[in-house]
Write a protein that binds this ligand. Structure first.
Ligand SMILES: Cc1cc2nc3c(=O)[nH]c(=O)nc-3n(C[C@H](O)[C@H](O)[C@H](O)COP(=O)(O)O)c2cc1C
Length: 188
């Protein structure tokens, strides 16, 4: 399976990167082709809501001149996309949210009979780390992600929240086991 991971933490060696690397290693060991994209070093601009992408249903069609159209092109070729982020004020990081907003250019005619998507049938998974617990904290991020598959016509492959994180060296074998189990779950 062709897998893209979108690493949304600005910290290259932080908690999210550590947990995601365990997932990526397991996917690689299972024979999947994994490409990891570290968003923080990319040129990421917000969606202009210009609607020009909607006039080109067969291509990404985004007119913003930054690194996101290339990321979206890669997404269209992936069978599984893992969205990974630290929890920032009950949501995902700005880096990842910016890419998510720009996926507006991946589909047309949402809620209409002609609804079509360049990522139809794609498996999509969410991995989030946070300093606090899930309850009263991470629900909003997971609710929003759970709705993303509707306009994308994609499949929610699974979600993983690792809470009460401090430093990456404190992430133990129990967390690694959860990451490995998550890798097996999301490939279906
Ligand atoms: C700006 C900012 C906002 C944060 N907001 C939350 C939050 O709402 N809930 C939470 O549990 N942790 C929050 N945290 C803690 C991080 O989510 C947590 O430390 C995470 O594991 C960091 O991941 P990283 O090491 O990959 O950057 C916040 C941290 C920062 C810097």
């Amino acid at each position: 399976m062709k897998v893209i991971t979108l690493q949304g933490s600005p910290r290259k060696n932080g908690n999210t990167a550590q947990v995601l690397s365990w997932v990526e290693q397991e996917l690689g060991a299972l024979g999947h082709e994994v490409e990891s994209i570290f968003l923080n070093t990319k040129n990421l601009k917000g969606c202009l809501a210009c609607g020009q992408c909607k006039e080109k249903p067969d291509t990404v069609g985004c007119i913003q001149k930054d690194d996101i159209p290339e990321i979206l092109e890669k997404m269209t070729r992936a069978e599984l996309v893992i969205f990974a982020s630290p929890l920032y004020f009950w949501g995902v990081s700005a880096q990842l949210k910016t890419v998510i907003d720009r996926t507006y250019s991946l589909y047309v005619d949402y809620h209409q009979p002609g609804h079509a998507s360049l990522v139809e049938g794609q498996r999509q998974a969410l991995l989030v780390t946070g300093g606090g617990p899930y309850e009263n904290n991470a629900e909003a991020a997971f609710t929003a992600f759970g709705r993303l598959q509707k306009p994308h016509k994609a499949v929610n492959a699974g979600e993983l929240f690792i809470g009460s994180c401090s430093t990456p060296d404190q992430l133990d074998e129990r967390i690694k086991d959860k990451a490995i189990a998550f890798a097996h779950k999301i490939i279906g």
